[in-house]
Design a protein around this ligand. Structure first.
Ligand SMILES: [Zn+2]
Length: 362
């Protein structure tokens, strides 16, 4: 239920002086921009009438026109979003895909995102993606994308090895990728997907999106913490999607675990060492003021970035009546969880700190 007072405030909202940066969005290429092999091999395509996106036997309705670039820019203008961080499409993480096909798919995605950033540098920072199962290819792709001026590496919380095992992207096997990202001063986004492949439960009530993707993020946050990646790769600024979600509530248990059974944690860092680290960020997409309050209390508002997760219906979209980009922060102000100065930082300077550059001065 949307707070009526907050809804009324939205209508009279005046454009603020500080530019607003959304740190979490997604963008679809148009049907014509998607190369034919993507549909022929059933990797990913969009219907000609733009009503559905598809992958193998999977499909999803395109619930908002702003999935596409021109409409996205209109939507941003309407919602006072001056700049948006476009992540990769989660459907293109390429888990379980052969090395050759992964190269073709990932290059298409990364070239598409690079072109958006080159065409509209003031409006978009676009991320690029790699698949850790094909490590040498991943390292080459990171070099290639960095040379194109891309500054944000998007990693899925988990990846599938060639033998079918699922590993966290904060597993030791992925360290060469983190090492290179550290040398290149990149920002990293950790975003969940493919929970339905990892967790064998029937797909009812969207539970893989509502619970298990949040658990995937918590699992990789746990690996990130115990393996001390924030300390090991100090130049990398890592942001966890959807507020790191279950990791926020699970913090005490991760401490109890390491202190209760230290024999299971050789060489592990204590979870407290990762709290309030200046290179660890969380986005605001948690849909609940209490959870946001917990995140801020624990990590400091300086480590929180605005995330809308547009244009998906789980994002702050008008697909849900009364919802709009920024509603949670509006509610947080109305509930005295944050003040207006803190909101400005969450919507502007914190995002710039995470990205490592100011897109408005470039
Ligand atoms: Zn997302």
């Amino acid at each position: 239920m949307v707070n009526k007072k907050v809804k009324a405030q939205h209508k009279t909202f005046k454009k603020p002086l500080k530019k607003r940066i959304n740190g979490h969005g997604h963008l679809l290429p148009t049907p014509k921009q998607i190369p034919s092999f993507m549909k022929e091999k059933k990797f990913f395509w969009v219907d000609e009438d733009k009503q559905y996106m598809r992958q193998g036997n999977w499909s999803r309705p395109i619930t908002d026109k702003s999935f596409f670039l021109d409409e996205k820019m209109e939507w941003m203008a309407k919602n006072n979003i001056d700049h948006e961080v476009v992540l990769c499409l989660s459907q293109l993480y390429c888990n379980g895909v052969s090395e050759k096909d992964t190269l073709d798919i990932i290059r298409f995605q990364n070239d598409f995102n690079a072109s958006v950033q080159h065409l509209h540098p003031k409006s978009f920072t676009t991320g690029f993606v790699v698949q850790p199962a094909h490590l040498e290819q991943a390292l080459n792709e990171i070099e290639r994308c960095a040379s194109m001026g891309m500054k944000l590496l998007c990693l899925s919380t988990h990846y599938q090895t060639s033998s079918g095992e699922w590993l966290s992207v904060c597993d030791a096997s992925v360290e060469p990728i983190w090492q290179l990202a550290n040398e290149l001063n990149l920002a990293i986004e950790i975003h969940p997907y493919d929970a339905g492949k990892m967790v064998k439960l029937t797909n009812q009530f969207w539970r893989h999106h509502l619970v298990w993707m949040m658990a995937q993020t918590a699992d990789t946050h746990l690996m990130f913490t115990y393996n001390g990646f924030a300390q090991k790769f100090p130049n990398v600024r890592t942001c966890f999607a959807h507020g790191g979600m279950l990791s926020q509530a699970n913090f005490g248990r991760t401490i109890q675990g390491v202190e209760g059974r230290p024999d299971l944690f050789p060489n592990a860092r204590h979870p407290r060492e990762t709290v309030k680290q200046p290179n660890v960020f969380y986005d605001t997409l948690v849909h609940d003021v209490h959870t946001l309050g917990l995140m801020i209390k624990r990590n400091g508002y300086e480590q929180i970035v605005w995330g809308v997760d547009d244009p998906y219906p789980l994002g702050e979209m008008s697909t849900v009546e009364g919802c709009y980009p920024g509603i949670l922060l509006e509610e947080a102000i109305a509930s005295y969880v944050i003040n207006k100065k803190q909101r400005k930082a969450i919507m502007h300077s914190n995002v710039i700190k995470w990205l490592g550059y100011d897109p408005f001065t470039k």
